[in-house]
Design a protein around this ligand. Sequence first.
Ligand SMILES: [Zn+2]
Ligand SMILES: [Zn+2]
Length: 754
Amino acid sequence: MHSKTFKIQISGRVQGVGFRPFVFNLAKKNHLLGTVSNNENGVIIYINTSEEKAVHFVEQILKEKPEVSIITAHSIEEVKYEEYTDFSIIPSESDEKINIPLTPDFAVCNACKTEISNKNNRRFQYAFTTCIHCGPRYAVTKKYPFERKNTSLHTFKMCANCLDEYKNPLNKRFHSQTNSCKDCGITMELLDNKKVEIENNQTHILDKLVTLLHKGKIIALKNTNGYLLCCDASNPNAITNLRKRKNRFNKPFAVLYPTIDFIKNDFDISSEEENALVSIIAPIVILKNTKQLSFEPNNIAPNLNYTGVMLPSSALLQLIAKKAKKPIIATSGNAHGSPIITTKEEAELKLNTIADYFLHHNLDIEFPQDDSVLKFVDKQQVLIRRSRGLSPNFEYAEKLTKNKILAMGSHLKSTFTYLPNKHIYLSPYFGNLDNYDVLNRFTTTIDKYIELFNTKPKTILTDKHLHYQSSILGKAYREKWNANLIEIQHHKAHFCSVLAEHKLFQSTKKILGVIWDGTGFGDDNQIWGGEFFSYENNKIDRINHFEYFNWIANDKMAKEPRLSLFSLIDDEDKELIKGKFTKTEYKIYNKMLKNNTLKTSSVGRLFDAVASALDIVDVNSYEAEAAMLLENCANSSQVENCIDLLEFKDYDTIPSKLLLKIIIKAYKIDGVSKAFIARSFIFTLAKIIIKIAKKNKVKTIVCSGGVFQNSVLIKILTELSIEKSLDLKFNCKLSANDENISFGQLMYYQNIKN
Ligand SMILES: [Zn+2]
Ligand SMILES: [Zn+2]
């Protein structure tokens, strides 16, 4: 009866998720004989059984698979008969190239949380407790398949107790590659900023650390994905010190809470927000301040009525948050826009003027990541930063080109996308490539991917902007690997990112693409940023845009909203804003304006101009501050309470200058409230989209670009679309900002023919 042997292949997110132990137990339950192992394509199973039972076994696997696994493909075939005497997990010895998604990091699970808080458990207080369902994965990956010897855990030899768990099919740490305990595992060090050890007892270190937090000290602590800077969120002096030392006076911080119930005491949260917070991703979720908080919210996010909140992503943070019994600021450990720090040496070098104390540990971080950030607009998820828990994969069910492609992405919010096999690997967010350390991390990560996948790209995709560091690097790679290089227009890449997310490339009807952001190099050598495209039959055409205005003072324009106002304002209104400049500045900028040839259609800069016109902010203290404050201002009144400022005529281009003139008159002369004007401005932009859709007779509207992280715009546009029965699509799994450019470049390459 058992005279046949079947080979079952499972691919997807099936390594580092407890898949082999699951198959082992299922096989035992079914009294099957055979083997299970990891290989370059996922998990491979051999069993002796009848055809009927083999098929049933596969069905059971698909139905009962581990919670954190994702199966993207499976197959079953009869192979040459081989006799097995038991069922076993065999180690992988594969030297083949990997062809499966990389498993992301998983936040500490509830079972592990219970163990570390139970005095009678042997993992009581152990800060690096993990199991087959939780713990770092991508962060500690050196090579694949995901076996202990291929991770940075390989330097820790399991003790007898851990090994027993590892070998016991009934244990939740059966074949758990990150298994360790306080007898054999990772150790911590608590030092002051003069490198003097202040506590050496492992069980007392975190108690000491929490005492320091309560005393208002700033601590640089190494989480499993990189260093965090922490202090007491309810201590104004500690926060002032952190802001001063970090030279970050207004930028919002994220706050770590001990429990979801504590968060619910401070915020009214939706079920979507709650699900995201308690998920295995454990992202920072931006919540609206509606209640009295347990700290002063204006210290955390000055002038904004929302707060970024998260739950512990690791056993370490769980122990600290629980001991602290109050919200703690937990912001990426870096200085001046540098990438998140991962080594003791670098932390001591770069953070010693910021932190009073350091908590180090001896687990190496192979792939550092920031915490992911998202928010919800009603039920719509809006991703702000895609990193820990989400990167480095993008599940894409459509057919992919066989070419090996490296898409270099953008510049300010850099990511890269790599297609070395049948899967898309989308790197975590890196940051601004003008920063030397960011550029360095960007290039070393690309090098690591090339090595990990043992595949060199044949085609390099870059932005059309020649001066982006990613474009410059792309050219160097072309030489190095003798590859092709293709330049792709920035906003068309944005457009393609959403078309791909919603599988719209095969659509038989024309689609409107509304792509609004700060800057991107256009096909006509001007700076685009307020674009309307059509997509039809694998072709993209630019069908309208915001009217051009002068781009002056290079990068300064994005940092100083008053310059966008200066450029957009009508000459006869200029007197009204003279006070925003010194006499010399005013003269210089007037001269610049006269001699300028570079133009822009940027909606990002139009937001800046409006923020400055309403005296909300003239010079940003952090990136996108003006847009965030304007959104915040618009959020303080109701949607019913706003008007369309621009009566629609069939404009060739959208008249930004006229719109600004109307706003200035309303604010400066008619004395209309800022909130009403801010909301009406955003309402007017939403109406423009609806009108352009109507004029072009399209039913599907696709929106991307950083402007579409604005909650008020998303909300108003969604309501208008429902009213007009229009189908509206935003980025959903990806951020709408330049983080999606690298993925969009790949999708453009694959789908667009003009
Ligand atoms: Zn766990
Ligand atoms: Zn152990």
